[in-house]
Design a protein around this ligand. Sequence first.
Ligand code: BEZ
Length: 212
Amino acid sequence: MALQLGDDAPDFTVDSTEGEISFHDWAGDSWVCLFSHPKDFTPVCTTELGRVATLKEAFAKRGCKILAVSVDSVADHKKWSEDIAEITGHAPNYPILADPDRKVAGLYGMIHPNALDTMTVRTVFWISPNKKIRAMLTYPAPTGRNFDEILRVLDALQLTDQYSVATPVDWRDGQDVIIVPSLTDPEEMKKKFPKGWKEERPYYRTTPQPNL
Ligand code: BEZ
């Protein structure tokens, strides 16, 4: 059965551009953003992997490691990384898993045979430190992902975990957030939201972003 939100993130041990990775050990206490790309030496993937290299610090600041995967070999990943550096100006500075026997792709349901028979589609899995799948997205091969959105989702997940808030449509870092409807005790709310809140409806209460 396909992975669903809240499921345990499957563990695996496979080779990568930075040596063998046993996923759960490698992840440690960090969040992980695991993303697949269809194939080495392809143009959209080249742009994505170059862009992700520029975001390593942004992910690290959020306590999140990044891990790419494709069905090609470590030798191909390394050769292609040289191209990525030349074309985009940014060499991958995070591990790329080699998955020629589709071990990771199989565990995470990254091959969608009716879209692409042997390559992985573009998936992203946000995995929390307790190794749960917290969010996922799937795009077809010709559509490059928006990594600003991937960071935005990470911010939203972490805010929800820390402050019992939800994020409204098109929320951006710094904007007001929504107090989850399950939180109703005014004393607890005062502690959690010292800047106060607005109540438009009993179910619709907003507060300034609490971690700022
Ligand atoms: C790409 O990364 O450019 C790509 C990969 C597979 C199919 C189409 C595009």
